[in-house]
Design a binder for this molecule. Structure first.
Ligand code: RB5
Length: 142
């Protein structure tokens, strides 16, 4: 499994932190930008990441913008994308168990790096429960 990662300028430093954090776990990273040197439009990076996940459905994605909100809104407009803002440790667990999220989203200006690292670990170490939750997930793309 690869993890694809993308951000706007407000999330670029956090994206680079996350990339290093995951590389240290021997996880292969696909970095879709941006490089953080100039102001960019977050919908474009949400689109790039969504396109990658749709073509590589067994991989996971991570998106970062200033708050995590704008990039989530855009990512979730793509059929097949379940992007979840991991705003607490509990949510990091539940979005895997119940929603089988395929994109983790973080706020580069609103979350600490410590919290982000902890929530990525929680998410990666939690299993989707399936069953009634699969039926509901299937309904999302109807
Ligand atoms: C960029 O300034 C900022 O608006 C963006 O990163 C994000 O927070 C939008 O939701």
């Amino acid at each position: 499994m690869n993890i694809a990662i993308a951000s706007d300028h407000a999330g670029a430093e956090t994206k680079n932190f996350i990339a290093d954090f995951l590389k240290n776990k021997n996880i292969n990273i696909v970095d879709l930008g941006c490089d953080g040197t100039q102001s960019v439009d977050y919908p474009l990076y949400a689109d790039k990441l969504a396109d990658y996940i749709i073509h590589n459905p067994s991989d996971l994605g991570i998106l970062v913008c200033g708050t995590g909100i704008g990039i989530s809104i855009r990512a979730n407009r793509h059929k097949g994308i379940r992007a979840a803002l991991l705003y607490s440790d509990e949510v990091a667990e539940m979005v895997k168990k119940h929603n089988n999220a395929n994109v983790m989203v973080f706020g580069g200006r609103t979350m600490s790096k410590e919290d982000i690292a902890k929530r990525i670990d929680i998410f990666l170490n939690t299993e989707f429960e399936g069953g009634r939750h699969q039926k509901r997930i299937d309904m999302l793309d109807m």
